[in-house]
Design a binder for this molecule. Structure first.
Ligand code: SF4
Ligand code: SF4
Length: 437
């Protein structure tokens, strides 16, 4: 009974802390703009299956991608066992989900095998990060803190797998023939433990049981503050990813209205009272509050794997631009400014901005809008839209675009064409040619 009471208290504490973290993130989402209507759910489910569950994009790197996919699938299988631990802990039962035999044995066997696979996979990941100089993991945005975060999360996963196998092995050795489920890997370890006394085996099982669930609670609460938040966010992010062609810009409501008025002045009086209430929106993105919920979702989902940056032609040719940095900086800027925005409202100003203090004009104009980054990203993050929105701001609000673009826009405005000649001169090139109308 005491064990149950302690377990319930620990669970409540953990769930409470996690809910608090999610509530803070939810409040940040509320600061942002609408991105696009989320419809075509059938298409989205197909994409979720292909990119999210089947991990088809990550498998483009056959060896390391497959290893990562195994870790992902393993987590799905092990999640069932974790849920059972919570049910057992609250109700004082022992392996309660065994009522679902024979599915129970299949899932437990899968989880047990994946426990070992993940353990080996994580050891390889740690070795790669620590001893191999992988170019993808380098870059100015990959600070010492970012590397420490990645290594710490991998270390936690390693401990999770050790305690999982330790718990199952202790359980098997303790119950000899009378256990439920199938555990192909833990069976081997249980044979080694077989000579120990019943008390010792009980202690081994209970210590691993407690450590395993406490690590799960700790890991879950650590994730919202780590790059490993993609454990929670990657599936929603893939589901909500855009279905329209990449780099296709959305029309701004205010600009659309201006054009309609130019075409039909009567439109200026239609819905005027409704429009008066609306504040004039900023053109494009200068700071995070100009971004959309999708931009923020992307920034929370980014795994910092660097696949985007490794294929970016601007980055490869030595430019400052790194698509991964756009996401890391967006999240950092949100963490920095959101408290002030929530407290003081949208007029809060800390004299800093995402564009300028985090991302420079040089970076955004280095982009070729080739979309290679978005195509390569295993969680369907849309980097070019962030760049395009910042360009829109620079172009429309500051008129500070590169001179060639500025003169092109002036020409379009004055001459209706990107060239500097008036429309009346357009056919001058044909003056000396003998062309009859
Ligand atoms: S779209 Fe821009 S940021 Fe993305 S890969 Fe191409 S050049 Fe790089
Ligand atoms: S944006 Fe995508 S590809 Fe780039 S680092 Fe993040 S998860 Fe990896």
């Amino acid at each position: 009974m005491l064990k149950q009471i302690i377990f319930i208290l620990v669970t409540l504490l953990s769930v409470g802390a996690l809910s608090f973290s999610f509530f803070k993130i939810y409040k940040n989402f509320k600061l942002l703009k609408h991105a696009y209507p989320v419809k075509d759910h059938a298409k989205r489910f197909i994409r979720l299956f292909k990119v999210g569950f089947a991990q088809n994009k990550i498998l483009r790197f056959p060896v390391i991608g497959f290893l990562h996919a195994l870790v992902f699938w393993g987590f799905l299988a092990i999640a069932f066992g974790s849920l059972e631990i919570i049910v057992d802990g609250i109700f004082g039962t022992d392996r309660y989900f065994s009522i679902f035999e024979p599915i129970y044995s299949i899932v437990m066997a899968t989880g047990d095998i994946f426990g070992l696979i993940i353990l080996v996979g994580v050891l390889i990941f740690i070795f790669r990060r620590t001893f191999m100089n992988i170019k993808r993991f380098q870059g100015k945005e990959m600070t010492h803190k970012a590397h420490k975060d990645a290594s710490f999360a991998l270390f936690l996963i390693l401990l999770l797998m050790i305690t999982l196998l330790g718990m199952n092995s202790g359980y098997l050795a303790l119950h000899q023939e009378h256990y439920v489920g199938i555990y192909p890997v833990s069976n081997f370890i249980a044979e080694i433990l077989a000579g120990l006394s019943t008390e010792t085996l009980h202690i081994i099982e209970q210590i691993n049981w407690w450590l395993h669930i406490l690590l799960i609670f700790f890991f879950a609460n650590y994730l919202p503050y780590s790059k490993h938040f993609h454990v929670f966010m990657s599936l929603p992010s893939v589901y909500f990813s855009r279905l329209t062609p990449l780099t296709q810009m959305t029309n701004m409501e205010s600009v659309t209205k201006e054009v309609k008025i130019m075409l039909d002045p009567n439109a200026a009086y239609a819905n005027s009272s409704e429009d008066e209430e609306k504040e004039i929106e900023r053109f494009g993105m200068k700071d995070i509050e100009d971004g959309t919920w999708k931009n923020y979702l992307d920034s929370l989902t980014c795994t910092q794997c660097g696949r985007c940056t490794s294929v970016c032609p601007a980055n490869i040719t030595g430019k400052q631009l790194s698509p991964r940095k756009l996401l890391i900086d967006f999240r950092a800027r949100m963490n920095e400014k959101s408290k002030g925005l929530i407290k003081e409202g949208k007029n809060y100003n800390d004299n800093k901005s995402y564009l300028g203090d985090y991302i420079t004009a040089e970076e955004i104009w280095a982009c070729t809008t080739c979309n290679a980054c978005a195509m390569e990203c295993p969680v369907n993050i849309d980097h070019p839209s962030i760049i395009m929105d910042m360009r829109r701001y620079v172009f429309m609000e500051e008129a500070a675009a590169p001179s060639l673009l500025n003169s092109m826009s002036t020409n379009i405005e004055n001459n209706g064409a990107p060239w500097q000649y008036p429309p009346t001169d357009r056919l001058k090139w044909a003056d000396n040619l003998f062309i009859n109308n």
